[in-house]
Design a protein around this ligand. Structure first.
Ligand code: SAM
Ligand code: SF4
Length: 346
């Protein structure tokens, strides 16, 4: 990564550049802290502290901030996440409004899939382009233990409904844990049968209960070793050069007429901070330049004070210019961020 002088003036560009030569083009927007599940690696049992309704971005505010990020800051994709974005009854209106303002912007959703079957058709009609559904196991008992809710059947119906609604590809993201690693081959078998793309993502120290441990970490290599007990896997490169997922061809299996692949994302053991192109908005409308930085810049406050889009964009650029070099997990200087994954927006 090229290191520019941190004290140098910001170059005169509208884009979201930082002092390490990166440009953020991928916007993640957390829509809520609420969730229908309580995954142990993410949320506390009682849920996250509630955000007062007045402090959460409204439908119109989300649409305005996404649209200005696209028009003024060079953002090329938006992903709505949370918490659980389906907990927002106005999700369809947010997608439709974003689509109306930004006809060419890919709009993606990361969801746990609970209740998705009832809404995915309307979301696609509203303009949703892509979906990632999070699912760590197809064993109902283990799912209930891991998420503290017995909702596996609803998630499975949601995945099928997303495929039937025409979203292509439907990606399924799994966080591998010690307790569920033995089921990784079953999860891949299910994904192949459903025609969805499975990717495993190493657990990061972003759980609310503070139980993450490097020693207990299930690595991308552990996952590959587990899958290899049932499948023959051949390395197949990356989705694109800057994408974090390393792909493996699943020999003898096809997906949509082509060779089937499984992905592993080694967020911890092979971090990809040097290629990071993300900028994040929390549900309260603060910009976070990095998952692991506690620095947040209140762009919603600026917007609510009556500022125009250009002024808000300027504040957003300043927030990203100060982005830190990387997360440093495992290093002596590593500090866990104060907010957990569900509060930041995964
Ligand atoms: N509720 C939605 C869902 O589960 O897809 C969206 C929000 S969730 C925070 C987004 C993603 O973050 C999920 O795929 C989840 O598995 C992942 N995640 C949560 N905590 C994590 C952690 N500690 N390490 C790695 N991924 C995590
Ligand atoms: Fe909810 Fe998603 Fe966190 Fe699970 S990972 S508790 S579904 S926000």
């Amino acid at each position: 990564m090229t290191t520019l002088d941190a004290h140098a003036p910001r170059p005169d560009t509208p884009l979201l550049v930082d002092t390490f030569g990166r440009t953020a083009r991928d916007l993640r927007v957390s829509l809520t802290e609420k969730c229908s599940l309580r995954c142990t690696y993410c949320m506390p049992e009682e849920g996250l502290p509630p955000i007062p309704d007045a402090a959460r971005m409204t439908t119109d505010e989300v649409i305005r901030l996404v649209a200005l990020a696209h028009r003024e800051l060079g953002v090329r994709e938006v992903r709505f996440t949370g918490g659980e974005p389906l907990m927002r009854p106005d999700l369809e209106r947010i997608v439709a409004g974003t689509r109306a303002e930004c006809p060419d912007l890919p709009i993606a959703l990361t969801t746990n899939g609970v209740g998705l079957e009832h809404r995915v058709g309307a979301l696609v009609s509203a303009g949703l382009s892509r979906i990632n559904i999070s699912l760590d196991t197809v064993n109902r008992l283990e799912f209930a233990q891991l998420t503290r809710r017995d909702r596996l059947p609803s998630v499975l119906r949601g995945v099928r409904a997303a495929v039937e609604a025409g979203l292509d590809p439907v990606k399924v993201n799994a966080v591998p844990l010690r307790a569920t690693l033995h089921g990784a081959p079953d999860l891949l078998e299910w994904a192949l049968a459903e025609g969805v793309q499975l990717r495993f993502i190493e657990e990061m120290p972003l759980d609310a209960d503070n139980t993450w441990s490097r020693v207990e970490l299930v690595t991308a290599q552990d996952v590959l070793d587990s899958l290899a007990t049932r499948f023959e896997l051949v390395p197949a490169g990356r989705e694109d050069p800057s994408a974090p997922a390393e792909l493996w061809e699943v020999v003898g299996h096809t997906l949509a007429g082509a060779a089937a692949h499984v992905g592993v994302i080694a967020t911890v053991t092979r971090n990809f901070c040097a290629a990071c192109d993300r900028t994040r908005l929390t549900a309260e409308g603060t910009v976070r330049s990095c998952l692991f930085s506690d620095d947040e810049t209140d762009v919603l406050g600026v917007l609510r004070s009556g500022a125009d889009d250009l002024e808000v964009a300027g504040v957003w650029r300043g927030a990203m210019w100060g982005k830190q070099v990387g997360h440093g997990i495992g290093g002596t200087a590593f500090h866990r961020p104060r907010r957990s994954m569900g509060a930041i927006g995964g």
